[in-house]
Design a protein around this ligand. Structure first.
Ligand SMILES: Cc1cc2nc3c(=O)[nH]c(=O)nc-3n(C[C@H](O)[C@H](O)[C@H](O)COP(=O)(O)OP(=O)(O)OC[C@H]3O[C@@H](n4cnc5c(N)ncnc54)[C@H](O)[C@@H]3O)c2cc1C
Length: 346
């Protein structure tokens, strides 16, 4: 493994932000991580003594915003491989390396008729990051198909297996985003996929798209294609316009607060979130504040979806971050609702 110095990260984040990492190294097996942590002081502690913000585990770079050069070591996960570990009457258990591209994994499942991830088609990034924020789309979340994951504790140099409960999944949340931030490298994820599909087409425009493409008999290939079509029409291709998907989470507020908002803003877009809470469409709130299509320099708010912040070319991470601050403030002023960022700010 070659440790590179002063390494450009522009090609390693979907925002296309031009920053540099002090050190950068790729690894393709757990043994290689072990070797790195045994032999390189860099991984054990920063020169200033801090251990957390000095290391960054990198997948596809599709859920982060670099606001400055990274004054530490970037560990690029390149562990590949997909294998079937076991099966029972109803399920097939598939383990994928953390460095496998997520959509390639989805396509592998679809080719083999393993059901459960079709609604999660075309999400950028790698398998290893999928449990980080419990990725979700079109009424499905990774937790619905999650079986277990294997991870490596960098400082303790120990391997650990995490069960579903231990991951503490929530809406775009997991234990790895909070309590264990930057402590574990996820090395593989195992999924529990159905042999007989349970179709989920009630969300968004899936049904409409299936009709449009003339699907008569429902199957996971068709659902995946419908999701791909919808996503391609709504979201900017990050290879052309830098972005990290939804920049903000949909805020959840108590039902009482929602009733009060609804009296004032009759068109407010919302969904139930359990018994006591309502989830608001953050995109709608942002749009109402006039941000949709806004552009300052190369930083902007996407013309077709206000939830997506974009880099039209040479925006800095700081400019995009500042725009997100202004959006949060104006939503707060108009609706008294606090938006939280979904994207990791580095
Ligand atoms: C166009 C577009 C559309 C998107 N749509 C969706 C969507 O529909 N739903 C959704 O949930 N997300 C969506 N996203 C966000 C993103 O694709 C997901 O969050 C994805 O899982 C990030 O994967 P990644 O490999 O790129 O992670 P990275 O951006 O590289 O990393 C994200 C975080 O995870 C950590 N991390 C990464 N890999 C590991 C590992 N192996 N071990 C430990 N920590 C790790 C990083 O340190 C960082 O904190 C979208 C992004 C884009 C650009």
């Amino acid at each position: 493994m070659q440790i590179r110095e002063n390494f450009s990260l522009k090609a390693f984040n979907t925002f296309g932000i031009d920053v540099r990492a002090k050190y950068f190294v790729g690894f393709s097996s757990v043994d290689e991580i072990q070797e790195l942590s045994d032999n390189h002081k860099l991984l054990q502690r920063s020169p200033h003594g801090q251990t957390t913000n000095y290391k960054l585990i990198l997948g596809g770079g599709s859920n982060l915003l670099f606001t400055k050069d990274f004054d530490g070591i970037v560990l690029k996960n390149e562990i590949k491989g997909i294998e079937i570990t076991h099966q029972d009457n109803d399920f097939i258990y598939v383990k994928a390396g953390a460095g496998v591209n997520w959509h390639e994994f989805v396509l592998f499942c679809i080719r083999n008729n393993y059901a459960g991830v079709e609604n999660l088609s075309l999400i950028p990034g790698n398998v290893g990051a999928s449990p980080m924020q419990n990725i979700g789309a079109y009424g499905a979340e990774v937790k619905d198909v999650f079986y277990q994951l294997e991870a490596y504790h960098i400082n303790e140099k120990k391997r650990k297996t995490f069960s579903l409960d231990e991951c503490e999944f929530g809406y775009r949340e997991s234990v790895f985003k909070r309590k264990y931030k930057n402590e574990f490298i996820i090395t593989s994820v195992s999924f529990r996929l159905r042999k007989t599909p349970v179709f989920n087409i009630s969300y968004g425009a899936i049904q409409q798209e299936l009709e449009k493409i003339g699907v008569r008999e429902l199957n996971i290939q068709a659902i995946s294609q419908a999701v791909i079509n919808i996503r391609s029409s709504k979201l900017p291709d990050w290879k052309e316009v830098g972005n990290a998907g939804s920049f903000f989470k949909n805020p959840q507020i108590p039902n009482l607060q929602f009733q009060q908002l609804k009296e004032k803003f009759t068109g407010i877009v919302a969904f139930r979130a359990g018994e006591d809470h309502t989830k608001l469409a953050a995109g709608w709130l942002i749009e109402q504040c006039g941000w949709k299509g806004y552009r300052k320099g190369d930083a902007g708010c996407y013309t077709r979806q206000a939830l997506v912040l974009v880099n039209y070319g040479n925006a800095t991470g700081k400019e995009i971050f500042d725009l997100s601050e202004d959006i949060i403030q104006s939503v707060k002023n108009k609706f008294e609702v606090s938006l939280q960022r979904e994207v990791n700010i580095i």
